[in-house]
Write a protein that binds this ligand. Structure first.
Ligand code: O7E
Length: 215
């Protein structure tokens, strides 16, 4: 993914027409559109190719299965037009390798969730986050997902993966994180949903966030 603005919008709306309207408004402010279960379950997998007209799409399916099933999922997602896919790492090395293998066939990106941003994410995820981040590095993932709500953790996870992997970071705005803090801690992109799509003027809000990122 090309880093022009440092902003990824989380398009967690449930109607295609609303998603397309917001995407057309914010297209020039974002480097990617993250699409997940809310929109795909509501409108179907075709939302991926539809939104890819505006910006590269990262499919957020937090894939977490046995390697064989992971491969089938990854193939469907990349065939549908996604540029990137978010997967879990706790399923183990073989599952992650399977996802990365399919992504390479499509020249796609794999981002591995290392630690989640919500309060509950600290309990089970944080103790294994370092190992997940190391595994993402070892097997050549594109990057990891790390919490903007805990910039100190982003800094720590950055020290584990070095500079070759990207960090995409959700939790800015509605969850309390601040763009400038998490970028200063080593994130390459922030992922922002509600603060943008629920605002009166999504484009203006996105532009303010981009200014805060300060690329
Ligand atoms: O809080 P918002 O509205 O700005 O949205 C944040 C988005 O990031 C939303 O889609 C949520 O599902 C996702 N997310 C987190 O908020 N925290 C995490 O730890 C992980 C994710 C996520 O998407 O994982 C992959 C990036």
């Amino acid at each position: 993914m090309e880093r022009n603005t440092g902003l990824i919008i989380a398009m967690d709306v449930t109607r295609m027409d609303r998603a397309v309207k917001i995407a057309s408004e914010v297209a020039e402010c974002v480097d990617a559109i993250k699409v997940g279960y809310p929109l795909v379950l509501s409108e179907g997998l075709s939302v991926i190719s539809r939104l890819a007209d505006y910006a590269p799409v990262i499919a957020d399916f937090k894939v977490a299965d046995i390697p064989y099933t992971d491969e089938l999922i990854c193939e469907q997602v990349f065939k549908a037009g996604a540029s990137g896919l978010i997967v879990h790492g706790f399923t183990g090395e073989d599952s992650l390798k399977a996802c990365i293998g399919v992504a390479r066939l499509y020249d796609g990106d794999i981002y591995v969730v290392s630690e989640m941003s919500h309060p509950g994410g600290a309990k089970y995820f944080q103790p294994i986050a370092d190992e997940i981040a190391s595994m993402a590095y070892e097997f050549g993932a594109t990057g990891i997902v790390a919490p903007a709500t805990r910039p100190e953790r982003v800094k720590h996870l950055r020290s584990i993966i070095g500079d070759s992997l990207s960090i995409i970071s959700p939790g800015v705005g509605a969850q309390g994180g601040k763009a400038s803090d998490v970028i200063a801690s080593g994130a390459n992109w922030i992922i922002v949903g509600r603060s943008i799509y629920n605002s009166e003027n999504p484009k203006e809000t996105a532009m303010e966030l981009v200014t805060g990122i300060g690329i």
